[in-house]
Design a protein around this ligand. Structure first.
Ligand code: BG6
Length: 478
């Protein structure tokens, strides 16, 4: 496992702890090697020390000395400056004699370096038939740049060797959404227009841009979150039942959803999307600075830290059912959830409580806890026939009483096992960018600057207005 960007945020905060956990679970053999690769001139001991500090911090009580001693013996480090051919020779020497073993090259660097790293690896002769490459998102920043990267990486690795990662697909709860939809006959007949009124997908974060100001300011929420995580959630929510769980059967169905998304063009962009940027405020009572005051952010930045939009899927199943997507940093709570609002009964025969707007709701919560809640109307006890919403609630953590795997634990092991199901195929990525690009073009054309929202709120007022115009409200605002 060769981790480019080996001293960076993702490797130290997520990948090494994930690999440690798999090791502690007995899933990583003693013959394996985990090699950090970065520009700094570090010794293996220095790298192991950095890794230990990070793992102690991020694993807390899960960190265990004997397991760490074993795990640290698998660690290696190679200094590579991405463009320096001589550095790759060191890597080639380190890999010599291990040609018959699976190699996973994980690129956790800016995607502008992907092509160069790939070419250098090929030149150094370290790409074997048993090699795989993992590409972190966002891959490119529009259709054209993503195309170029895919071409250049694709010149060396076959599509079967390329793992485009979207860690949301590795989340236990996302897999559960597949189980709910395709493991039960109950929901499928209801999963369509005429029975579902609208769907909301929210990925709300309390965090700001943390130490990633430079990356974030050049990226923004639309590219960082909507182009990948939110569209992937939408696909799993909206796709037709695949014929099997084979990677391509699943990916074919997701692709059809992406291709059926109605393009947002010209003035549509202004009506159906909202851009926001946080100003200073407080999150859970703790004062936090505004986006423009964060480190590495230009004080004139017009990058969005919040997006809300209305998506429509032009298919028989979904015609006329709006999908509202929303994501932002420094919002009131950390919540990822999908909310399905079902239609009212066609002819009410009972009095409903005045407050009961949406009778049947299915809320699939992915974070911070994993739960599925179905709100139904029940009779309010006592005289008379008054209906009241009550919850049928399933807390998955409580039910299974076991720690679920972190997304990266599952995805890293999938790269080793060669299972592509939870990774994006090239055509999916392309379709996602094709839908995103006109939104960015529209914002540019109409000089649509982000609307300010206070940190710790639910985003700009325009976000409530977007959904309000159709007569609905965001779930947490009801
Ligand atoms: C990453 C984004 O892909 O996902 C980050 O680059 C974001 O900006 C993160 O914070 C959210 O992931 P999670 O798993 O914490 O919801």
């Amino acid at each position: 496992m060769l981790l480019f960007g080996g001293t960076g945020d993702l490797v130290t905060r997520k990948l090494l702890p994930a690999l440690y956990r798999r090791y502690a679970a007995g899933q990583v053999s003693e013959e394996s090697r985990i090699v950090g690769i970065a520009r700094s001139a570090l010794g293996v001991q220095d790298y192991a020390h950095q890794a230990e500090t990070a793992c102690r911090e991020f694993l807390g009580t899960e960190f265990d000395e004997p397991h760490w001693r074993g795990f640290s013996r698998l660690l290696g480090y190679v200094k590579i400056d991405a463009g320096d051919a001589a550095d790759y020779e060191t890597l080639a020497a380190a890999l010599q004699g291990r040609e018959q073993i699976v190699r996973v090259f994980f690129y956790s660097t800016a995607s502008t370096l992907f092509a160069m790293i790939t070419q250098q690896l090929a030149r150094a002769g370290v790409v074997t038939p048993l090699s795989r490459v993992v590409l972190e998102k966002p891959l490119g920043n529009d259709v054209a740049s993503a195309h170029l990267i895919n071409e250049q990486v694709g010149a060396i690795f076959t599509e079967q060797q390329i793992y485009r990662i979207d860690h949301y697909l590795g989340k236990e709860a996302v897999q559960n959404l597949m189980a709910l939809r395709f493991g039960n006959a109950l929901f499928e007949p209801l999963w369509r227009r005429g029975l579902i009124r609208h769907v909301q997908i929210t990925v709300a974060e309390e965090l700001g841009v943390e130490r990633r100001g430079q990356f974030y300011d050049a990226t923004g929420a639309l590219r960082d979150m909507v182009q990948n995580h939110l569209l992937q959630l939408l696909c799993i929510m909206a796709m037709e039942p695949p014929t099997s769980s084979d990677p391509d059967a699943v990916r074919d169905e997701k692709l059809k959803v992406l291709r059926a998304l109605r393009p947002l063009r010209d003035r549509d962009v202004l009506v159906k999307t909202v851009r926001g940027q946080y100003r200073a405020g407080s999150v859970h009572g703790k004062p936090v600075p505004g986006y423009l005051e964060e480190a590495d952010i230009s004080p004139e930045s017009t990058t969005e830290t919040f997006v809300a939009l209305k998506a429509e899927i032009d298919t028989w199943r979904w015609a006329g059912v709006p999908f509202y997507l929303r994501t932002g940093k420094r919002l009131q709570d950390r919540i990822t959830e999908l909310v399905v609002t079902f239609d009212d009964v066609p002819h009410p025969i009972f009095d409903k409580a005045a407050t009961t707007e949406a009778a049947n709701l299915l809320v699939i919560r992915l974070q911070p806890d994993e739960s599925i809640t179905l709100t139904i109307l029940a009779k309010n006890p006592g005289e008379g026939m008054r209906l009241k919403p009550v919850n049928l609630a399933l807390d998955l953590g409580e039910t299974f009483k076991t720690r679920s795997l972190d997304a990266y634990e599952r995805l890293l092991m999938d790269t080793v096992k060669g299972n592509l199901t939870l990774f994006m195929r090239r055509d999916e990525l392309d379709a996602a960018w094709r839908w995103i690009d006109p939104i960015i073009a529209g914002w540019r054309e109409f000089d649509e600057r982000p609307k300010s929202y206070m940190a710790g709120s639910w985003g700009p007022a325009a976000s409530s207005a977007l959904i309000g115009r159709d007569g609905f409200e965001w779930h947490d605002e009801t």
